[in-house]
Design a protein around this ligand. Structure first.
Ligand SMILES: NC(=O)c1ccc[n+]([C@@H]2O[C@H](COP(=O)([O-])OP(=O)(O)OC[C@H]3O[C@@H](n4cnc5c(N)ncnc54)[C@H](OP(=O)(O)O)[C@@H]3O)[C@@H](O)[C@H]2O)c1
Length: 292
């Protein structure tokens, strides 16, 4: 059973992300009181992550998305991406989630993170390739290794904290009949990645992921609780649970705050990864945690 200690301090050194970069930004009165998000241990990595994480689909991709308003929204400028990153850090958010399938998100983060890199627990994915119109899924050993090496280059880093298989809906087949997970296990042994898992769709796929890896990413919000048994199982096994679509991609039943409170008060949830291009929404989402 995972014992989920709340860690509201910013530990120094191993397990912590306390570099003084962006201190001026964080010292702004606008952020007073925000840098207190609870943290959770991320499986057995020895690192703690904030209960909210920032997703980056909208940093790099504006086609084939399901947000209100649909495709074609303006991608944020470099200055806006930096403001979103700094706002997240100022709120105590230290987990970033990205993927090769998020258009130019990885390249943009590689260019713009700079010193912020060391303060974030960086999650990316492998297996889905998006060409601007459609997705193709490739789970071979060669592709998995190439994808991780490409993410390291694009993100301008020498280490990825977690890599998830970006599964299609046939997650059980991907887990049991492709070499994607065993290739990630090898990359972990080689020290290029700190942990691995699968972003899943089914309860069976989620449970298999928990048995075979460090982390699972599941959808969960007030209008969709089908994968909750995976969260319970991961909790029993001490594995990390990332929640995607916690706001139902902007179509959530109820308010954002209600969904955030539901997800983050669920035992077993390590971090709710939400997407936003609006610093005010990042601040509001962080504030919603305090109302748990
Ligand atoms: N298969 C996978 O692995 C997978 C699939 C989907 C998502 N993900 C990950 O999970 C992340 C989140 O999922 P998501 O982007 O689909 O959706 P989401 O987080 O459920 O919803 C994002 C939407 O909610 C809006 N929003 C955020 N905070 C709000 C607030 N306080 N009030 C009102 N609206 C608010 C955002 O609009 P604004 O921009 O206006 O704030 C955005 O359009 C992704 O970025 C990605 O990292 C992974």
């Amino acid at each position: 059973m995972t014992d989920e200690p709340e860690n509201t301090n910013r530990p120094e050194g191993e397990g912590g992300f306390s570099s003084p970069a962006c201190a001026a930004h964080e010292a702004s009165p606008a952020y007073a009181g925000y840098a207190s998000l609870p943290q959770r241990p991320f499986a057995a990595t020895g690192k703690n992550v904030s209960l909210l994480g920032l997703g980056t689909v909208k940093f790099g991709r504006n086609t084939g998305v399901k947000y209100p308003g649909g495709d074609g929204f303006a991608l944020p400028t470099d200055a806006q991406v930096e403001e979103l990153l700094d706002t997240a850090l100022a709120c105590g958010i230290n987990l970033l989630d990205t993927a090769p399938a998020y258009g130019v998100a990885e390249e943009r983060l590689g260019k713009l993170l700079g010193k912020r890199r060391e303060r974030f627990f960086l999650v990316t994915k492998t297996g889905e390739e998006f060409d601007g119109e459609k997705s193709e899924y490739v789970f071979t050993a060669e592709h998995t290794r190439m994808s991780v090496e490409r993410s390291l280059k694009r993100l301008d880093t020498d280490f990825l904290d977690c890599v998830l298989v970006h599964s299609n809906r046939e997650d059980v087949k991907v887990i049991t009949q492709t070499p994607a997970l065993e290739t990630l296990a090898r990359l972990k042994e080689e020290g290029l990645i700190g942990s691995f898992g699968v972003s899943t769709y089914t309860v069976e796929g989620g449970r298999l992921t928990v048995d075979m890896s460090d982390a699972v990413m599941v959808a969960y919000n007030a209008g969709y609780v089908d994968e909750k048994p995976v969260i319970d199982y991961a909790r029993e096994k001490g594995k990390a649970v990332l929640v995607k679509k916690g706001l139902a991609s902007g179509h959530a039943a109820g308010t954002a705050a209600q969904n955030i409170r539901l997800v983050t008060s669920t035992p077993g949830v390590t971090s709710l990864v939400f997407g936003s291009l609006n610093p005010k929404n990042i601040l509001a989402n962080a504030a919603a945690i305090g109302q748990n």
